[in-house]
Design a protein around this ligand. Structure first.
Ligand code: 9MR
Length: 377
């Protein structure tokens, strides 16, 4: 059935057409590369988190990769509370509408990220009268207005939502977040309830990091089972996948899948990237020169990535995709957290190389390795 195009979809596709015309010859060669979306097993989507320059069609090279390679998209930041609902009486939907239209224009499954999180939520949300924190009813009313408005606006267009993000502490208990302090432990259930009411057909996910830690994973499974016992819809757990070269081990990753499967919960790798750098230095209290020195010390690949490390990255991605293929009945989606290395949140002033495309938007050995695994070679 043909779909009626949203007006902003037309704007997005015009911007894209213009951007495509401007592509240098080198980038047109992307078309010759195999497409991950054609190689994934049926039933598993392959996605990328995109930034506003991509959903607005400004980053032509990034857009060329996204539209050729992926069939799902997540907004890296645009739908976070702070950006979509910056003030009590104001929502911002311009760039957000273009994000959704971009995905539709390219036939992608559009994901929403995220509704309730302790980060990137403006202070007004948690503020009550006279400097006191907001009470339960006030906070619930704000949560209701936010979820109902945002999910409702994209009803039938956003396929699935990260409803609650990162609600757990490392020991698997609920973390001390301003949502929990204001509403109580049932804030997670209320968020899922509201999201389902706003779009009964949307898939709803719980999204979390460090699930390779057994206690945290057990907490996530308990949380989802508890929601389901209350009759609430939870379609899958988003296993973020912000991993390093050596850690977590493949056995630790495999244990996540095994436990989710045993609990009857589908899995998505929702934010996959591989960090190649040592931990970020603590820059607090350092003067400019000391800061620069601290960054330089933890920035070993500032002038390029040695071949041996490039190969280790390729092997790591190959292992991860082999694992996905082994568990093809369990996984619903694999989403990279970014498109090219230059886009990644993992740079933060240093030079990181966590993704499948380099800063010039050329496919890396890691891309070829993933293709080989998916082609069964
Ligand atoms: O990649 C995102 C970065 O651009 C933002 O500055 C940051 C703000 O907190 O969020 C990053 O994305 C996070 C995601 O929303 C939730 N899981 C962890 C991701 C990486 O920090």
């Amino acid at each position: 059935m043909p779909r009626i195009q949203h007006p902003s979809a037309v704007v997005a596709s015009c911007a894209l057409a213009m951007a495509t015309l401007a592509l240098p010859f080198q980038l047109q060669a992307q078309d010759a590369a195999p497409a991950l979306k054609d190689l994934m097993p049926p039933g598993i989507l392959i996605g990328a988190a995109i930034n506003q320059r991509q959903s607005d069609g400004v980053d032509a090279a990034g857009v060329a990769i996204v539209t050729r390679q992926f069939n799902a998209t997540t907004p890296e930041n645009l739908l976070k509370f702070q950006l979509v609902h910056p003030a009590a009486d104001r929502f911002a939907f311009d760039a957000q509408d273009r994000y959704v239209a971009f995905g539709e224009a390219h036939g992608m499954t559009v994901i929403g990220h995220n509704l309730v999180w302790h980060q990137q939520t403006p202070a007004w949300v948690f503020a009550g009268e006279n400097g006191a924190p907001a009470d339960r009813d006030t906070l619930l009313a704000r949560m209701r207005e936010h979820i109902t408005t945002v999910v409702g606006r994209y009803r039938g267009r956003i396929h699935g939502w990260d409803v609650v993000n990162e609600a757990l502490a490392e020991d698997g208990t609920l973390r001390d977040s301003p949502w929990r302090r204001g509403i109580g432990d049932d804030y997670v259930a209320r968020a899922f309830e509201l999201a389902h009411a706003a779009d009964p057909d949307a898939e709803l996910y719980y999204n979390e990091y460090n699930l390779w830690k057994p206690e945290k994973r057990a907490g996530a499974i308990r949380l989802v089972q508890d929601l389901r016992r209350q009759g609430l819809r939870v379609d899958a757990i988003g296993v973020q996948g912000h991993w390093s070269l050596e850690t977590p081990t493949m056995d630790e990753i495999e244990a996540i899948v095994r436990d989710l499967q045993a609990a009857g919960i589908k899995a998505m790798l929702s934010e996959l990237d591989i960090n190649l750098l040592p931990p970020t230095p603590d820059l607090q209290g350092l003067d400019a020169a000391a800061r620069a020195e601290a960054i330089a010390k933890t920035n070993p690949y500032a002038n390029g990535l040695p071949d041996a490390v490039q190969q280790k990255l390729a092997d790591r991605y190959a292992d991860i995709f082999r694992m996905v293929l082994r568990h093809r009945d369990e996984f619903r989606r694999v989403t990279f957290w970014g498109v090219s290395d230059g886009d990644s949140w993992l740079n933060r002033g240093r030079m990181n190389y966590p993704l499948l495309w380099d800063r010039q938007h050329q496919p890396k050995p890691a891309f070829d390795a993933v293709v080989r695994v998916l082609e069964g070679r």
